[in-house]
Ligand binder design. Structure first.
Ligand SMILES: [Zn+2]
Length: 248
């Protein structure tokens, strides 16, 4: 009996090491926090050396122009999985639709949350942001950021926030379907720039679309998320003279 317990314990230990080898542990604060990401793994170096990192503080007086084309949105109601991945809660709709920018189609892959919002507008952050992550056929990424202020309950997110997966690794099927288009503000004015993933490996060449107008979430919904993740936002990164355009 004792031997069996010892073997089981060893198994757990080996699994822990194997997982650590696949993806090093990173956090938002402490020894593996945001200032250390670049040193945790060779692949994460760009978190420190990159010149076009995200998030940024959008300075509206420095916005340089307007994009030629409006974004194209073709979202549809979809079944989805809700996953607690240890860094955030992520919703993965199956065939949730697509975003088109400058003639390139990016299919919706997932959306997830950060608190407080990672992006700032003229130095102001919001209590929460959703990142809608899209991928093109050739693997390029485009992310729409939707900012949230507290107020009315968010009906679109109600099925997600009513039952959040409590522990890292937990996941379940969303009750009913979700149309990601319903998450966006009715007026689609936005800020556009090139940036990066805001989590390791901080890969660059990501197209960012930050919605100008926030949408609403209730303080109860916000509290439900913060019960799991009190703070999961990377600080703003240097803009390095990056071009920020206004889009529709
Ligand atoms: Zn994100």
């Amino acid at each position: 009996m004792k031997t069996r317990i010892a073997i089981a314990a060893l198994g757990t230990l080996f699994t822990a090491f194997a997982n650590a080898a696949e993806a090093p542990h990173w956090t938002y604060q402490g020894k593996t926090g945001t200032s250390q990401w670049a040193h945790l793994e060779a692949d994460y170096a760009v978190c420190g050396t990159g010149q076009r990192q995200s998030p940024i503080n959008i300075e509206t007086r420095k916005v340089t122009g307007t994009t030629a084309q409006a974004i194209g949105l073709s979202y549809a109601p979809a079944n989805a999985e809700v996953i607690n991945n240890g860094h955030t809660v992520q919703v993965e709709p199956a065939n949730g639709g697509a975003l088109t920018i400058d003639g390139v189609e990016y299919k919706l892959a997932q959306f997830h949350f950060h608190t407080p919002s990672e992006e700032k507008i003229d130095g102001k952050s919001y209590p929460l942001v959703a990142h809608l992550v899209h991928k093109s056929a050739d693997g390029k990424l485009a992310v729409i950021a939707v900012l949230f202020r507290t107020g009315k309950s968010n009906a679109t997110l109600r099925p997600v926030f009513a039952r959040l997966p409590a522990k890292p690794g937990d996941k379940h099927a969303l009750h009913g379907t979700i149309n990601v288009g319903d998450l966006l503000p009715p007026k689609r004015d936005n800020y556009r720039f090139i940036g990066s993933l805001t989590t390791p490996p901080c890969s660059e060449d990501v197209r960012w679309v930050v919605m100008k107008r926030p949408v609403s979430i209730s303080s109860t919904q916000l509290a439900a998320f913060r019960k799991l993740y009190k703070m999961n936002a990377r600080p703003v990164q240097a803009a390095n003279g990056r071009e920020v355009l206004v889009g529709r």
